[in-house]
Design a protein around this ligand. Structure first.
Ligand code: GAL
Length: 384
């Protein structure tokens, strides 16, 4: 009788889960039914009654609300976890390292069942991570690798070097760099790279330089400031203001007498800053440079449509959130999540088992198919 009752109960729970197996769109709002998430698999065990989050709390520490992507990341994850019955504590640190440390300390004190962290400074959390480990709270690194700690169980991200490769390959093709030398063409280029305390930024720069260095060496690409190394081009905390400031300085100095042809920027925020600098310096459609970005934020895609940004890297935050949720379920329920990389992400203490999603270049030619047909943005959002 007891056994029968537990089978019936299990069935009821399965049905309840199927009924609320909602997914989110990119506004972080919950849609009933499934949304096309660009090929995301639903391997989160949500149909398994034993993997519900009822009675469990997940603490999510996000870096900042100053960029739209993290708002979507947080909202997507919260909605997906809540749909599985988890309680969610979601906090943003507004790029303040100390604020993030105390937010995580509070979550540890609260004895959350799992921590998901996208760090402001990836190496600055070791003490609080050790506290979490001592308290038996597993940690998942979200999008940014957590460095110098043995307290991290899994890492959900995109292929970060691949982001750089995709940006650089886009430039090579758009400017036909392979034939440029033979055609007697050369292009000026400047680099705006990510934060030095973010491992993603380092890998992205490596991916870019692996492709572009030969063209810099041959003189097909000309960097008039000479700033091509990561140390010379990294921008602390991915600051849009700093990128704008640098771009203004470059345009009034090195580029006073010659146009800048390519803005190789690692982030949509930098592209916005450079756009302002270029407009202030009098650039028009006639000499507007090729501008790259990353994240396919709504504003970036609007800028792509209007021609003020050339491309971005589409990183589906719904998919990333989904992969992270499978990891949360796994550490809480003692199962194995889906992993596709066990060799790349060495945080100086261990190689963190990772799931890496694939970044895709988006531009005026494919945004409708990728982003509108893929349900990431609606045509109305992009038209507003
Ligand atoms: C990185 C991330 C990028 C971008 C950047 C600034 O860690 O990989 O996609 O969002 O932070 O927020």
């Amino acid at each position: 009788m007891k056994k029968l009752l537990s089978i019936v109960l299990a069935l009821v729970m399965v049905l309840a889960l199927v009924a609320c197996g909602n997914t989110t769109n990119n506004n972080g709002t919950v849609d009933n039914g499934t949304v096309d998430n660009g090929g995301a698999s639903s391997n989160d065990g949500s149909s398994d009654a034993e993997q519900t989050g009822a009675g469990k709390t997940v603490g999510i520490a996000m870096p900042t609300q100053s960029s739209e992507r993290w708002i979507n990341d947080g909202a997507n994850m919260k909605a997906q976890l809540e749909a599985l019955g988890y309680e969610v504590v979601l906090q943003y640190a507004e790029d303040d390292v100390q604020m993030q440390v105390s937010q995580i300390e509070n979550m540890v004190a609260q004895m959350v069942d799992c921590l998901v962290i996208a760090a402001v400074d990836s190496g600055a959390l070791t003490a609080v991570e050790a506290q979490a480990k001592a308290a038996g709270i597993p940690i998942i690194a979200y999008d940014r690798l957590l460095m110098d700690t043995d307290a991290v169980s899994y890492y959900a991200s995109f292929d970060n070097k691949g982001v750089g490769t995709a940006i650089a390959n886009y430039i090579v093709e758009a400017k036909d760099l392979e034939n440029a030398e033979a055609n007697g063409e050369s292009y000026t280029i400047e680099f705006f790279m990510g934060s030095p305390d973010d491992n993603n930024a380092v890998l992205l720069h490596q991916g870019i330089m692996e492709v572009l260095q030969p063209y810099l060496d041959s003189g097909v690409l000309v960097c008039k400031t000479g700033r091509t190394s990561f140390d010379e081009t990294c921008i602390l905390r991915w600051s849009q203001e700093t990128a704008q400031q640098w771009c203004e300085n470059y345009l009034s100095g090195f580029y006073a007498d010659e146009d800048l042809d390519i803005v190789c920027s690692a982030f949509d925020g930098f592209a916005y800053g450079c756009r302002s600098a270029l407009e202030a310096a009098g650039y028009t459609d006639a000499n507007w440079p090729l501008i790259t970005g990353q994240d396919a934020e709504l504003m970036a895609v609007k800028n792509i449509i209007s021609g003020k940004q050339t491309m971005s890297i589409y990183k589906d935050t719904r998919l990333l959130a989904e992969k992270c949720v499978t990891m949360v379920n796994a550490v809480i329920n003692g199962t194995e999540p889906e992993i596709n990389d066990t060799t790349t992400y060495d945080n100086n203490v261990l190689v963190v088992p990772s799931y890496l999603c694939t970044p895709v270049a988006v531009d005026a030619g494919n945004y409708e198919e990728l982003l509108i047909d893929g349900g990431y943005y609606t045509a109305e959002q992009l038209a507003e």
